[in-house]
Design a binder for this molecule. Structure first.
Ligand SMILES: [Zn+2]
Length: 91
């Protein structure tokens, strides 16, 4: 089981969180009309090995979105911050 160190609540079990997806992908501009660009964004996923940024939602805690850097091979978590820059300590 993963243990995620929430900046607000402290270290908690993975069961309190919900995985929110890949944090390395940037959404295309809403004015973008290319089907290929949107197709790639929605359907194509890289399969990285090693440290990878992810979004996690602390559903059973402070209900904050977090950005977590997790090694997808070893599950070691090396960085946790608030996902929103409005919280002051996000990347
Ligand atoms: Zn929390």
């Amino acid at each position: 089981m993963l243990r995620i160190d929430c900046p607000f609540c402290g270290t908690r079990d993975e069961t309190e969180f919900v995985y929110g997806g890949d944090a390395s992908r940037l959404r295309p501009d809403m004015a973008e009309t290319s089907e290929e660009v949107w197709n790639d964004y929605v359907f194509l996923r890289p399969n990285p090995k090693g440290p990878h940024p992810e979004y996690w939602f602390h559903q059973h805690g402070c209900r904050s979105w977090l950005k977590v850097t997790r090694n997808v091979v070893t599950h070691e978590i090396t960085m946790v911050s608030y996902a929103s820059p409005d919280r002051g300590d996000a990347e």
